[in-house]
Design a protein around this ligand. Sequence first.
Ligand code: AVJ
Length: 317
Amino acid sequence: MDDVFEIAAPDARSVFLRDVLSGLSQTQKTLPCQYFYDATGSELFEQITELPEYYPTRTETAILTAHAGEIADALGPNALLVEYGAGASTKTRILLDALQAPAGYVPIDVSEAFLLQTAQVLRSDYPDLRVHPIVGDFMIRLGLPSDAGGNPVGFFPGSTIGNLSDEEIVQFMTAARDLLGETSRFVLGVDLRKDASILVPAYDDAAGITAKFNLNLLARINKELGADFDLSAFAHRAIWNDPASRIEMHLESLKDQMVQAGTQSITFAEGETIHTENSRKFAIDSLLPLFEQTGWKLNKQWLDDKRYFAVLLLSAA
Ligand code: AVJ
């Protein structure tokens, strides 16, 4: 008789533990930035978007508002809006309000609770809109609901694409092209390169909210994995890495110390950091080869007057 192996899907906690232990065992310690967004982290991120120093959200919102009619005209009627990562739905609403008879709205997110809440709120505010939430990881190939209909339009606002490496962008845009199909379009928010004197305060604000957001990752590891990080022994750092064209967030150990996580003890030297996030700032030209490689072409772009941020309209090539 053949052996039959049944491989249980690892639960969320054991995946989190595995990711934390593997990140903290690297020479440059790292933690994946998607773990920022527990309930507390999502609330802190909402506060970040309202900080005077954090220009991306208000700039992108202003671009979308100023050009909503033009964007809607370019997309035409019967659009099926497929949003990657369901955040607070402010930007979604700007598009939905402008679109001519949208066929539906498909939010995709890994967090089921957050996703269903967003879906519920939109259903009640847009009673005629068909909402089809998908719980899943958008880096891997998903399927559109068979009854959705309409012309698929991807929507990935916020410059969340800046968290991804080139390889990950290729993987993501390929999966999106597969999901959305050969007549689809894509509306992509992209944060642009600018002076470090603007960038650094946006990630190291005077009120200390971004510091709280970064340190909350350690609080979450303590709470969910039973680790014993002393939050007062780590400090938030935001560094502009110009050659890599990215803001890096780190948590710096303020002393030599040991931390228990799971069965491991992890040692930190004074000054050693955990790299917690990359937020890339793009030149639009540097993205074009990645679009081309993944079956997309750039149709239109809208920028604010200061050229801080761009909203790109792509179409399947
Ligand atoms: C949600 C990934 C777009 O990179 O600006 C904000 C996250 N990190 N402040 C960004 C973030 C620190 C944000 N994204």
